[in-house]
Each structure stands twice: as C-alpha cells, then as structure tokens.
Design a protein around this ligand. Sequence first.
Ligand SMILES: [Ca+2]
Length: 198
Amino acid sequence: MLNNGNFEAGFDETGIAHHWKGFTNVDGRYGWSDETWPGLVPEGQHAQVMQISYTLDQNTYIGIYQTVSVMKRKPYDLEIHGLIRSTAGSPQKSSWGYRVQWGIDPKGGKNWKAVEEWTDVGWDDQPLNVDSYTHEEYKTTLIPTGRSLTLFIRGWRKWPTENHEGDFVIDNVRLTGPKVGGTVPSNLPGTGVDWTWP
Ligand SMILES: [Ca+2]
C-alpha cells in the first residue's frame, strides 16, 4: 500500500525518501539521509537514515510519515525493518535512550503530535562503528477505522546527553492488505450521475 516503502526510489534534497515527508522537534543538529553502506541496508541498496547528532534537549524526535488509502475494518499487516546506532552503543550504556516507534493517525492527518499512541518496535541501539550490525524487524497487524490512515515512524532520543549521536535506519516498510478500488466489477450499475430530475 505504501509508496517507496523500500526506499529504492530516490531521496529529495533534504534526504527524505520520495513519497515520504519528515517531521522533527529537534533544536540542534539533525537530518535525514540515504544510507547505502550494505552493512546498514536491510533490503536493496538504500535505506532511510534519520539522525540526531546534537541537542541539549530531552525527548527529541525525528521521523517520516506517509498517508495511504485503506479499507475500513479490514486487517493490514505492518512490517518495519531497520536498526538503531548510538554513541553509547548499547541500551545498557544509553539507558534505553534511543528508540524507534510507530503510530498512526486513523483519519489520515499530517500532524505527528496528534498521534494518540506510539508503539515501540523493540529494537536496541548498537554502536556507531562496528563491522557488522544486527538487522532488526518488526511485524504487527492493524485495523483501520477510516478510509485513509497516516503511518508515522520516528526515532526518539530521550536524554539531553551532550555529544551523543543517534542514527535511526529504516527500510522495507510494508503495509499489506486489501487494495482500495482494486476489486470493483466494471458491470455495476451507475451511481446516479445519469439520473435527472423529472
Ligand atoms: Ca531498501
């Protein structure tokens, strides 16, 4: 259902993948970019990086989102792949300071601050510079309550630790389920457009 969920279709000048939009509340140094080092790319040749490299604030976020048309009350499978890297290098050392979360706006809105519930994908941070990384994945099922929904994915840097960087790598985001408008028979009667007042 998602466009460019595997991030192979290019990135704009701010480093955000085509068909996605970005959001953040970081006051400091941060950015989005195209990851191409194979050791950090779970699928294909590109992944989306969201990086927070300097801030003195706590609870800073950087993310991406995309709105899709869906069928109400039908189950959809959501899959997210990626990994987290940090200066601290492990959740024990960073006090679980770097997390990836997803959330939805069931009405298809564009405001990440309106998301009522964020879900942790369960990934832990790994060091910034090692030879190989564990590629993480996350799977769940969701049931849309409206005809469109917006999927938000964000990296969360919890602590105001100086000179500590967090890189959130996202790839192969898939939302699979019934396609909207894909199964309408062509011989259905019209919807009233030919109807005229007597
Ligand atoms: Ca990819």
